[in-house]
Design a protein around this ligand. Structure first.
Ligand SMILES: Cc1cc2nc3c(=O)[nH]c(=O)nc-3n(C[C@H](O)[C@H](O)[C@H](O)COP(=O)(O)O)c2cc1C
Length: 281
């Protein structure tokens, strides 16, 4: 079985597809996962559906669906959720698990939270009253030749670079960097957080390790002036994605723990508290 770290390293935002249909066995395996109930660490239950674009003309989709960002995708994964406390985190957590399952099946994907038209997807996805459709992802085989738009978008977002450990992970308080050696058995899980996708590659996750009580506190460092697109905050989705990478890795490594929300979590100026992962005794 492929390790979660290999899958996380293999995932990237693909915006140019071959247009070839995904083979039936692979698609059935993905469809099974997409259709199964999903629950995030905070208990919210997003819904997902796979949409085939076969009945829509290529030109129409190029224009309408993703404003020209995605080329030649004939299938999309769409995610829906009712607004509620921590709904965005749970949404990111659950959708990233499906994105990584697609990656495991050698299917390419791209999180889209801004450059897609909700109106163009809502009916096909079966969006219900009171639900939001925060993100979609194309599903398909990656084309060797990347479109000019894809190359430009990667360059603008700086998609190939990630912040170093010292800017993301800390011991006990911000300002005291946590090194990979200090992180011990948790180093792989934190590295997998570092490699996570995030909206505009802003990488808003900050994690503080509390050594005395074997806990990791997850914070959101909001990007200055970052727009709250639609009703769901994209950067909270980013935190859910990071939590899924952490969780999948520690589970694979056999490190036991649970997510909790502390009422008295340390307030850190300019960061929003999101959640704590507490190791089991
Ligand atoms: C919540 C979320 C929303 C995103 N929205 C868009 C989008 O609207 N359009 C787009 O082209 N890429 C979008 N991306 C992709 C990011 O730009 C990409 O993940 C980041 O630049 C890192 O590159 P990588 O995914 O190839 O590692 C989004 C990513 C996330 C996690």
């Amino acid at each position: 079985m492929t390790s979660i770290s290999k899958i996380i390293s293999a995932r990237y935002s693909c915006r140019s597809f071959t247009g070839t249909p995904v083979d039936k066995e692979t698609l059935d395996a993905l469809a099974d996962r997409v259709a199964s109930p999903q629950r995030g660490p905070f208990g919210n239950m997003p819904r997902f559906s796979l949409l085939s674009m076969d009945s829509v003309s290529r030109d129409e989709w190029r224009r309408l669906g993703t404003y020209g960002v995605v080329k030649n995708a004939r299938m999309y994964l769409a995610g829906m959720i009712r607004p509620a406390p921590q709904a965005a985190c749970d949404f990111g957590y659950c959708m990233e698990k499906l994105i990584l399952e697609a990656t495991r099946l050698s299917i390419s994907t791209c999180w889209l939270g801004g450059t897609f038209s909700v109106g163009a997807f809502a009916a096909a996805a079966g969006l219900r009253d009171g639900e939001d459709l925060p993100c979609v992802s194309p599903i398909g085989y990656s084309a060797n030749q990347k479109s000019l738009t894809e190359r430009l978008l990667r360059r603008i977002a700086g998609s190939d670079a990630r912040k170093p450990w010292r800017e993301l992970f800390f011991i006990d308080r911000p300002g005291t960097p946590l090194s990979s050696a200090d992180a011990g058995p948790y180093a792989e899980a934190l590295e997998n957080v570092r490699l996570a996708p995030s909206a505009s590659n802003k990488q808003p996750w900050r994690i503080v390790r509390h050594e005395d009580r074997q806990a990791f506190t997850f914070y959101l460092s909001p990007a200055f002036g970052y727009r709250r697109i639609k009703k769901i905050a994209l950067q909270e989705i980013d935190l859910g994605i990071a939590m899924s990478h952490f969780d999948l890795t520690v589970k694979e490594l056999g490190l036991q723990g649970t997510w909790l929300q502390e009422n008295d979590a340390r307030v850190i100026e300019s960061w929003d508290y999101i959640a704590t992962w507490q190791a089991a005794d």
